[in-house]
Design a protein around this ligand. Sequence first.
Ligand SMILES: O=C(O)c1ccccc1NCC(=O)[C@H](O)[C@H](O)COP(=O)(O)O
Length: 217
Amino acid sequence: MSTIVKICGLNDRVSVETAVAAGADYLGFIIFPRSPRALSPTEAGALAAHKGAARSVAVLVDPDDALLGEVLARMAPDIIQLHGDESPARCLDARAYAGEGVWKALGVSAADDLERATRWRGCVDGFVFDAKPPADASRPGGLGVGWDYSLLSGFDPGAPWLLAGGLSVDNVADAIAQSGARGVDVVSGVEARPGVKDADKIRAFIAAARKPRPLAC
Ligand SMILES: O=C(O)c1ccccc1NCC(=O)[C@H](O)[C@H](O)COP(=O)(O)O
């Protein structure tokens, strides 16, 4: 089965069209002012209109109801990805604002962090397991930091999940092999510099994530 790929932090039309043409399954749009890829709900909606067969993901950090309502009105995302400190109950609330569901992003640096994920079981439609950001980070994601992906091997959080954090064309195949991920999510690894996507890197990343791997004995 083909690896599911989310290209995230898209903020210009050429990059959206490149990701769609290369076969990305999900396109992520960051609606968080402190990100170098930040968009307004209106800007995200204008880009998401070019999603083709892909699905749009609004990435939000502890949004209030007013912002969720604005995102629904201006963008109508297929998926809402919550990347802050949202509780399971808050994730359930957010489902009313997404066409297909809500994903919870969780930072992982040790096995305990994965056990925490069971709190969200039944309240979300998917997970994004990402690097745990340092306490003084200006944003909770899109930092290009890798982690011990093998912590995920054999782990079942009770919903589909994506692997994220420090992925690039150079390590995505190994990261999939170590973690058993069926899907991957990338921001920094497909950029020329923070906030500027690189079309060649987008294409190469998707190809590398989907390159056939030999069967394990
Ligand atoms: O990318 C950002 O700037 C960002 C800001 C605030 C919340 C989330 C953000 N990114 C979300 C993602 O899903 C990224 O794909 C994930 O953190 C991995 O990023 P990277 O290590 O740079 O590939």
